[in-house]
Design a protein around this ligand. Structure first.
Ligand code: AMP
Length: 171
């Protein structure tokens, strides 16, 4: 069975009308998890990368595994109030309302070359905000990696960053 066969659709979660892409069955299967991480890491093998940045919460699981695969460190981008040391934060707009992401100010050296990882690319707002936050800190985003892209939401059309937007599976 391909790892993509283990991505499960959960209708109306977390609210009516949303088709939630549940990746937990992929994580729970050793072979599928290894294959999925291999696909995410593949484009970055041999590329000069200093760290992988992962977005809370599923971006932590995937990002940490990709970081190990590439032999670099992992840096978390978190929801407000979770990181203990001095943080830099960024407010960004959601479809309804606003949200905020934070990163430790000293997490990345100046001019570090990083890739930003999350599980699902929906509207693209979260990934864009994470990229902006990393760049505000003085690091350079050389790429992004998501496990699943919801192609029908067309986040790609609004992606103006020079870093490639790489998705392992598109729906
Ligand atoms: P967005 O900012 O719209 O691209 O939403 C991306 C974030 O929300 C990611 O961190 C995902 O974990 C989560 N997300 C949004 N839509 C879905 C979905 N249909 N299935 C699973 N996760 C989703």
């Amino acid at each position: 069975m391909a790892w993509t066969d283990l991505i499960r659709d959960i209708p109306d979660f977390p609210k009516p009308g949303i088709l939630f892409k549940d990746i937990t069955p992929v994580l729970a299967d050793g072979d599928a998890f290894a294959e999925a991480i291999g696909v995410m890491a593949e484009p970055w093998r041999g590329v000069a990368i200093d760290a992988v940045v992962g977005v809370e919460a599923r971006g932590f699981i995937l990002g940490a595994a990709v970081a190990r695969e590439l032999g670099v460190g992992f840096v978390p981008v978190r929801k407000p109030g979770k990181l203990p040391a001095h943080t830099l934060s960024l407010d960004y707009g959601l479809e309804y309302g606003r949200d905020r992401l934070e990163i430790h100010v000293d997490a990345l050296p100046a001019a570090a070359r990083v890739i930003v990882v999350d599980d699902v690319l929906a509207t693209g707002g979260t990934l864009k905000a994470a990229v902006q936050l990393v760049e505000q800190q003085g690091a350079q985003v050389v790429g992004t990696a998501v496990l699943v892209e919801l192609g029908f939401l067309d986040a790609r059309a609004g992606w103006t960053h020079s870093a490639p937007l790489l998705a392992s599976a598109v729906y």
